[in-house]
Design a protein around this ligand. Structure first.
Ligand code: R5P
Length: 322
């Protein structure tokens, strides 16, 4: 009998093949076969080795470092699948680079997040599946359907199992308040917010706290740790104000240069991220970072998209379980 699973394939770009394999393990399907090579002049070439005509295809690629290379590779993949007559193509982008360039905050600058969204749709994506796009309204940058997942599901499950008493969930900036309040609804505890000011790409000033942290264990939640300026500045501030243990949970561990040094020196007891971006060997060796996998969540979302089932139900189900 015909099963829709026969007409589904998941392919991996070179940014995060381990996550793609884990997603396929969840889906109980083999990873799609493709050859990614580089011509002597440095141009990328992709050849999909499976027949994808009439197939529901998913390409998993995080546009993490090297950002432009991974982005172009994704675009080539999408073009390749479209020209191979895939029935539908979903760009699965666990980490969407350029997300933070989402507005003109000064004159004569681009809105690169919108440019990248246009490129992805133009290259051939029919849909996008993404995790914590930095700001929810980025979904509107794509003129194709976007399913937006959150790492909060995986992270708050981990912290719930730790049963941290006397908890205050701290949003290290105003933009993250909604996520922080999601954590409190799953974990209990109070909510506090930090007013932060970014002086430059790498310099952050944490200013004031609204909420109580004295004598409390703190969970700081964020979407991205890039330079780690935000979480380290916030950790210092809450420590100064009498916080006890400080935990950090973030979806995307970008860990730009100097981030690990800062994290080592900061008064933080544990840093937890997800595997939307693979850790470099160097980062793994420090033993500083705990990594949780989003593979099952992504796999379930892919299964639902393929079967035309609701993706948002996943969040309701998790709300009921927690
Ligand atoms: C800011 O709006 C984000 O939510 C993150 O707090 C920020 O992007 C983290 O960047 P960094 O680690 O460089 O401070």
């Amino acid at each position: 009998m015909f099963s829709t699973d026969d007409s589904m394939k998941v392919f991996a770009g070179s940014s995060n093949p381990d996550l793609a394999k884990k997603v396929c393990t969840y889906l109980k399907i083999p990873l799609g076969n493709a050859e990614i090579s580089v011509f002597p002049d440095g141009e990328k070439h992709i050849r999909v080795e499976d027949d994808v005509r009439g197939t529901d295809c998913f390409v998993l690629q995080s546009t993490c470092r090297p950002v432009d290379e991974h982005l172009v590779e994704l675009l080539i993949y999408l073009d390749c699948l479209r020209r191979a007559s895939a029935r539908r193509i979903t760009a699965v982008i666990p980490y969407f680079g350029y997300a933070r360039q989402d507005r003109k905050d000064e004159g004569r600058v681009p809105i690169t997040a919108k440019l990248v969204a246009n490129l992805i749709a133009t290259a051939g994506a029919d849909r996008v599946l993404a995790i914590d796009l930095h700001a929810h309204q980025l979904q509107g940058f794509f003129d194709i359907p976007v399913d937006h997942l959150t790492g909060e599901l995986v992270l708050s499950k981990y912290f719930k199992e730790k049963s941290i008493g006397n908890l205050t969930v701290v949003s290290p900036d105003v933009g993250n308040i909604k996520t922080a309040s999601k954590y409190t609804s799953h974990l209990g505890g109070d909510l506090a917010i930090i007013h932060k000011r970014r002086m430059s790409g790498s310099e952050i000033k944490a200013y004031e706290i609204i909420g109580k942290v004295k004598g409390r264990n703190v969970l700081m939640c964020d979407d991205i740790i890039a330079t780690a300026g935000t979480v380290c500045g916030a950790a210092e501030l809450v420590k100064e104000r009498g916080a006890e243990k400080i935990y950090v949970g973030a979806t995307h561990g970008v860990f730009a240069a100097q981030a690990l040094e800062k994290l080592k020196k900061a008064p933080i007891d544990e840093v937890v991220v997800t595997d939307t971006i693979p850790l470099t060997e160097e980062t793994q060796k420090t033993g500083l970072i705990k990594v949780l996998s989003v593979a099952d969540m992504l796999g379930e979302a892919i299964r639902r998209i393929h079967k035309n089932e609701s993706v948002s139900e996943m969040f309701k189900e998790s709300d009921n379980k927690m």
